[in-house]
Ligand binder design. Sequence first.
Ligand code: CUA
Length: 155
Amino acid sequence: MEVERYEEIFLGISGVVLVVFLATLFYAAFGMHIHMMGAAGAIDPAKVAQTPPFDHPGVREIAPGKYEAVIIGRAWSFTPKTIEVPAGAEVTFLATSVDVDHGFYVQGTRVNMMLVPGQISRMTYRFNEPGTHMLICHEYCGLGHQFMYGRIVVK
Ligand code: CUA
């Protein structure tokens, strides 16, 4: 079978691009340790309210200065809507969605996650300065999307 010169070049470039993308993917996964959320665990979205720790949403101190904030996202609210922590608190957010994909972004921080039904998202952040951070859903999730927000109050 005769292969055109341009076809050969095109196939060659496609092959190189594929190898570069794969190499980038492997480097991100194993070199930089970037992983999809879900490493924090899976959960049945229909049984979130009965599954620990989501059966008791809210914030609690798990060690001196360390807090765990368990938050449920649903169309179109976060439960609880407001959490309070003292300045200097290291907060590990554990969150999930019971219905559709939601965003979970704490303004002014690098806490930026997706809440996907069936998966638990986890991220830790230290709040050094007193103040109020808005927690906003930044993934369009339906008619009430713009009303889906909460507050992280650092005292
Ligand atoms: Cu939830 Cu947008």
